[in-house]
Ligand binder design. Structure first.
Ligand code: CTP
Length: 410
């Protein structure tokens, strides 16, 4: 069982400041980041120095504020030193120009070179006029950066420089600092160093190239489990048959594998299972499948008779291969006799925890924002989790998983 990661020293934040009016707020942001105990290394673009003096940021950060690639007498490669040493790079404000240079991979000043030289999470906080924010080039550049795992926070709506109002305001410094804290805390939580495999969504079995047999699961609960596991420090693989995306602050920590059928879900989970400390099987996997017709079934041929066969029981297959140090969590969707059926399932499934959902309860189960569950385990009282957000339900489930892992599982 891997031991908990040792406590690192203070987190190092590279604070990039680009040339926009909101650059003045980087002074307050520096203070807020320092107040949380982080080391702040300010890096300004040349244009930023027209809006805020490096001396101000240096005084607040308690270390030099840098602008140039070539003016540091202590090192000829300040960008690699800054980039490699950072736990997080935050650019606030990120202007349209800075976003474009970063998306293109230009490294024509210290800030863009540092952005290319880091493997740490990067948070961009855009600020610009609404027209610029909405321009296709800014949209496309940000889409490119998001695809590469860059986190984008904001902008907010409100008064803009020049007296107009709209979308484009820099997110308030305290909210940026809190977001950075959330990104960093992910690396220190109760699941630090653990690998968690989550399945989500309702599988789809093809009838023909057009039609599918599926269920009402949206995948929201599974996505919430993946997000919370990542925020608790786990390295997460999410195998999902649903359409929901994971939140941007944890996107880097969650490897997403998209599948459609029960067989594809089984194959993807089996590939990842060996390297997994905990499996949370939230997917609604089809119990039945069928031979898909090669061509679209034509109406003129009359209503077909569907011959279903059993789909693989994915969880049962994984339970059969489990190691004693792994934690396995099953879900049970029930509509009748909930408690009795669930108790039978817990005994039959060979899982450590069974999360029971009465999918007919108001506000719970399929495609709701909220859920209400009971967590069953052998030899412990049922834990009732009353109606709350799917994120809060995920927290309750993962707290139990973390406790089992800390005990060395079985
Ligand atoms: N499961 C699975 N493979 C299937 C069906 C279900 O791995 N083909 C998993 C689900 O992801 C869930 C658990 O088994 O974690 C229980 O699913 P559920 O549908 O409640 O139970 P079933 O075993 O299918 O029993 P029944 O449908 O008879 O209630």
């Amino acid at each position: 069982m891997p031991s908990a990661t040792p406590e690192p020293g203070p987190h190092r934040i590279v604070l990039g400041v680009a040339g926009g009016v909101a650059a003045y707020k980087s002074a307050e942001l520096t203070r807020r980041l320092r107040a949380r105990g982080y080391e702040v290394h300010p890096v300004l673009t040349r244009e930023a120095t027209r809006f805020i003096g490096p001396t101000t940021l240096a005084a607040l950060a308690g270390r030099p504020a840098r602008t140039e690639l070539f003016d540091d007498p202590t090192t000829p490669i300040p960008h690699t030193r800054l980039g490699q040493g950072a736990d997080c790079v935050v650019v606030a404000p990120a202007t349209a120009h800075l976003i474009a240079r970063y998306a293109l991979g230009l490294a024509d000043d210290l800030l863009t070179a540092t952005l290319l030289a880091t493997r740490a999470p990067v948070v961009l906080c855009p600020a610009m006029h609404t027209e610029m924010w909405e321009s296709p080039s800014v949209r496309e550049n940000l889409a490119t950066l998001r695809r590469r795992g860059v986190l984008v926070l904001g902008p907010d709506e409100g008064p803009l420089a020049g007296g107009d109002e709209g979308l484009g305001r820099l997110v308030e410094p305290e909210a940026i600092a809190a977001f950075v804290a959330r990104v960093l805390e992910g690396y220190r939580g109760a699941l630090s160093g653990r690998r968690v495999l989550v399945s989500a969504g309702g599988t789809r079995e093809a009838l023909d190239p057009v039609r599918v047999l599926t269920n009402r699961s949206s995948g929201r609960q599974g996505v919430a489990l993946a997000e919370v596991a990542a925020r608790l420090g786990a390295e997460v693989t999410l195998v999902t048959a649903g359409a929901h995306e994971v939140a941007p602050d944890v996107a880097r920590a969650v490897a997403v594998v998209r599948v459609e059928s029960a067989a594809e879900m089984r194959d993807a989970l089996e590939r990842a299972f060996e390297d997994t400390d905990a499996l949370v099987m939230a997917a609604a996997v089809s119990d039945f499948t069928l031979e898909a017709a090669r061509d679209k079934i034509k109406r003129a041929d009359g209503a077909p008779t569907l011959v279903l066969s059993e789909a693989p029981d994915v969880l049962a297959g994984l339970v059969a291969r489990r190691r004693p140090d792994q934690v396995l969590v099953g879900f049970a969707a029930e509509t009748t006799d909930v408690e009795a059926n669930a108790a039978r399932k817990l005994a039959a499934k060979g899982v450590d925890l069974l999360v029971v959902n009465d999918v007919t309860a108001p506000g719970a189960g399929f495609d709701h924002e909220t859920n209400e569950v009971v967590i069953l385990s052998l030899g412990a009282e049922p834990q009732r989790v009353p109606l709350r957000s799917k994120g809060a339900v995920a927290e309750a489930v993962l707290a139990r998983v973390a406790a089992l892992l800390d005990r060395g599982a079985r």
